[in-house]
Design a protein around this ligand. Sequence first.
Ligand SMILES: C[S@@+](CC[C@H](N)C(=O)[O-])C[C@H]1O[C@@H](n2cnc3c(N)ncnc32)[C@H](O)[C@@H]1O
Length: 259
Amino acid sequence: VKSIEESVVTAMDGSDKELFPFLPYILQDVWEIGAEPAVIIGLVRKHATDYSGLRILDLGCGKGAISIKLAKEFNCSCFGIDAITEFIAEANSKAAEFDVAHRCRFEIGDIRESVKTLPRFDIIILGAIGPVLGDYYATLTTLSKCLTPDGMLIVDDGYIEDESQYIHPLIQKKETVLQQVAAAGMTVIDEVIIQKDTIKESDDYIFERLQKRCLELIAKHPDKKELFEDYIQRQTDENDILETKIVCATIVIRRNNHE
Ligand SMILES: C[S@@+](CC[C@H](N)C(=O)[O-])C[C@H]1O[C@@H](n2cnc3c(N)ncnc32)[C@H](O)[C@@H]1O
């Protein structure tokens, strides 16, 4: 079982848990650090009803950008959990800034533990967190207990096209994803593929800011030069994977027997 530091660093495409305490500094200039809020808003509008009554769970919510924009758009209620204290603090201040503090709650926690005791939600969002809760089968069977009977999951993730020769330790082929969703008694009911130029624009925006902060950290902690240089390199590699090797998509998953 991974420590919380390893879980978080892996989800942020790092390789060394020593990076954990530096992540808030490295990512201080970026609010939207994962999935595209506009795409998720579009999917909620298309597949949900009674928008203001929705209760949304945002697991690995980062700095809360998705939940805050959903609450602003639909006046729904959102609950976000993330392991990084500074991210949760920023989520709370951004919620106040967007006038949705009364509709959003953000808490520090390890989502692998939190999911064991959470009540049911109408929508569960997994925004660019990767396989923190295991593969699709493990994730969906675990989250089923936190989902209302007609509820849906919105998952922003990458997959490898079935014809591709590419392999990656954390990314599945599309057919594997679909098989595991089916084995969990669920179906992918919709999918928005994120366009390559959109991905590149967002990657470049984040990379420029993150690299600048890593270079500052190298100057400040010369003994940790390798740690930060390795992170910059891994970000470059990961962006290449996202832009050229895999498909990035936001999918909507529902139980087969929903109303
Ligand atoms: C790439 S960010 C995505 C943030 C947000 N979902 C978004 O799309 O903007 C991944 C997030 O997952 C969180 N995370 C990873 N493992 C976690 C765990 N076990 N418990 C809580 N949060 C976790 C990280 O702290 C990080 O904020």
